[in-house]
Design a protein around this ligand. Structure first.
Ligand SMILES: [Ca+2]
Ligand SMILES: [Ca+2]
Length: 402
């Protein structure tokens, strides 16, 4: 079955009839590809070019996908070195804990660094002087990686005059060095919080908030001038709003265990409806051991921001319970067709602070006598977060059925 063919050089090559059957799979594939290429009505060079182009396109796609994945990881990492450089360049007067970002890594977690502010506080009755010295490592909000920062300063909860610094163009480390004076007596000072908000100025659009600082003034030792760097925190959304005030009377009779709450009136409430009015009503909740216990509400007063209620609610609260109870007063705007809107809230009780705690203490120290007082409403979020915070500290398991 062997046949002989002569090669040009006269050497003998062998092929067998079994030849095809014994060829390797690679040879078979080559033969198949050759046959396939012969069937395509294109010259070989054109086929090879098209094939090369397809392979190249495929490779480019893979490279692009890889590059995108890598960049995502890098971007997250990139921010830290930048922040480190800026923070380390701060004024030497700050403490190591404030300057070295490494020490804060654990604290921040995924929280964004918003930069920091150097401020000063000085009180010489009846004048509070607030110095806005400089800011550092602020967030870039504009194209080109800069911002146009300025600072707004005011006192809460008694709404004060709002001061503003000059705008510093294209800077993330502005030196303001400006001072502002508030006329305020000592009692009010101790109930107040100074708010410093850093904004990015924009000529043609809404100004962006970069961060804020809130300093409670009741804990400050006024024998010294305070001057310190502090990290800016994420701004809360509701602080700028004036939500209104509410006047209520409290009376407690220990012998009969009766707590009487009279919702007298409210004024300057925030308007929630088109036309500049609200339809206010007041909910009165009693919270015992951080659980909702009893609730009552007033009737709705239509289209007013200064409603007069004069509605009285009496609760049975034993002398033992009065130490642990919290009275939550919330003002709502009634809406016929949509969900009612919350306007503002306060809570009174032994865990309250400032004005609310004072009112509660006055009630306890004057049994059987009704004590009336005005209160500034706070945002629901603010009050809820305070109440919730205590939930987690004191009672890890909350009974949701109550
Ligand atoms: Ca800007
Ligand atoms: Ca309404």
């Amino acid at each position: 079955m062997l046949s002989k063919t002569s090669s040009p050089k006269g050497s003998v090559t062998r092929s067998t009839s079994k030849g095809i059957g014994t060829t390797t799979p690679t040879n078979a594939a080559l033969v198949f590809i050759n046959q396939l290429l012969n069937k395509i009505p294109l010259p070989r060079w054109a086929i090879y070019t098209i094939f090369a182009a397809i392979v190249l396109l495929f490779l480019v796609c893979i490279i692009c996908i890889c590059a995108k994945c890598c960049c995502k990881g890098k971007k997250k990492k990139k921010k830290k070195p930048d922040d480190e450089v800026k923070l380390q360049g701060l004024n030497g007067s700050t403490t190591a804990a404030l300057v070295q970002p490494g020490m804060h890594d654990g604290d921040y977690g995924s929280a964004k660094l918003r930069g920091r502010l150097l401020y000063s506080l000085e009180y010489k009755a009846p004048e509070l002087t607030v110095g806005i010295k400089q800011a550092s490592a602020l967030t870039a909000m504009d194209l080109g990686g800069t911002s146009d920062p300025y600072v707004k300063i005011y006192l809460t909860p008694h709404k004060s005059k709002t001061f503003e610094t000059k705008v510093y163009r294209k800077s993330l480390n502005p030196v303001f060095d400006e001072h502002f004076k508030f006329q305020i007596d000592k009692a009010e000072l101790n109930e107040s919080t100074i708010v410093m908000k850093v904004f990015d100025f924009n000529r043609f659009s809404k100004h962006d908030i970069l961060g804020e600082l809130k300093i409670k003034l009741d804990t400050i030792d006024w024998n010294h001038v305070i001057e310190e760097w502090k990290d800016l925190s994420e701004p809360s959304k509701y602080e700028d709003e004036i939500l209104g005030e509410i006047c209520l009377s409290l009376r407690y009779v220990p012998t009969s265990g009766k707590l009487t709450v009279v919702i007298l009136e409210a004024k300057n409430l925030k308007s929630m409806d088109p036309g500049g009015f609200s339809d206010p009503y007041v909910k009165v909740h009693l919270v015992l051991d951080k659980k909702k216990w009893k609730r009552k509400k007033t009737c709705v007063k239509k289209s007013t921001l200064n409603p007069y209620f004069n509605e009285s609610f009496t609760f049975d609260v034993s002398f033992e319970q009065i130490q642990r109870v919290q009275l939550v007063i919330s003002v709502w705007d009634h809406d016929k067709l949509t969900r009612n809107d919350a306007i503002g809230k306060i809570f009174l009780g032994c865990d309250a602070t400032g004005n609310q705690l004072r009112h509660w203490a006055d009630m306890l120290s004057n049994p059987r006598r009704p004590m009336a007082q005005w209160h500034h409403l706070l945002s629901n979020e603010q009050v809820d977060s305070t109440l919730q915070l205590k939930h987690t500290i004191r009672i890890p398991i909350i009974n949701k059925n109550i």
